[in-house]
Ligand binder design. Structure first.
Ligand code: AMP
Length: 216
């Protein structure tokens, strides 16, 4: 599997696809959001710094995130490749990543852009529930757990992420449009962007098949 990045708005399905792809290709998933949430839970200094930005639906400052992701990449076993999920989210982060991976001679090969309409994003985020222990993601309509409120995978309780509540979601989408969407052009210019039109009602499996075609 090549070195890839999933690009898309909150709720575009990056997390769901990332979980499927890492199992299939046995590559590490580097998720800045997951790493921040672990730091928050453990109450580390990084978690405390990130907390107020995350709760407000804003981006954590570039220097903090770049240092965090550098560390995650250093520690990961990247011999088969790697999958970036939720990073980079700004042009400055993308440039830092280019430098970091370029220095290791392992630059990004593909960026898969999950393009989903705002209505679908809002609907997905408001009905998203995640497992409080293993982080598995559900959707109350399209991907409900077998037993209400309980994770199929580990049996723990499901919760709604604090930042999936309506007011924060609006802010996250605005931040995405302003700061992250410019990455579509950034990677288009580099010739490594492939776009998937994630229409509402498309199953995660259909999208996964399209990603596999892109990767082959
Ligand atoms: P996610 O789970 O990827 O949606 O991330 C949750 C929150 O963590 C975001 O709303 C941001 O506050 C923060 N975050 C995650 N990744 C980044 C990043 N690459 N740059 C800045 N902030 C981030």
């Amino acid at each position: 599997m090549p070195r890839i990045m999933l690009l898309g708005a909150p709720g575009s399905g990056k997390g769901t696809q990332a979980a499927m792809l890492v199992q299939r290709y046995e590559v590490p998933r580097i998720s800045s959001g997951d790493a921040l949430r672990s730091n928050l839970e453990e109450g580390t200094p990084l978690g405390l710094t990130a907390k107020r930005y995350m709760e407000a639906g804003e981006l954590v400052p570039d220097e903090v995130i770049i240092a965090l992701v550098e560390d995650l990449i250093e520690k990961a076993d990247t011999k088969n490749g790697l999958l970036l999920d939720g990073f980079p989210r700004t042009i400055a982060q993308a440039e830092a990543l280019d430098e970091l991976l370029g220095n290791k001679d392992m630059g990004l090969e593909k960026v898969v852009y999950l393009n989903v309409s705002k209505d679908t994003l809002l609907q997905r985020l408001s009905l998203r529930r995640i497992c409080k222990d293993c982080g598995a993601s559900y959707h109350l309509e399209s991907l409900p757990p077998k037993q209400e409120g309980i994770c199929d995978k580990c049996g723990a309780g499901l919760i709604q992420r604090e930042d999936d509540k309506r007011e924060t979601v609006e802010k996250r989408l605005e931040v995405y449009n302003e700061q992250t969407k410019p990455l579509v052009d950034y990677y288009k210019k580099k010739g490594i962007l492939s776009e998937i039109d994630g229409k509402s009602g498309m199953s995660p499996e259909t999208i996964e098949m399209q990603i596999e075609e892109i990767l082959e």
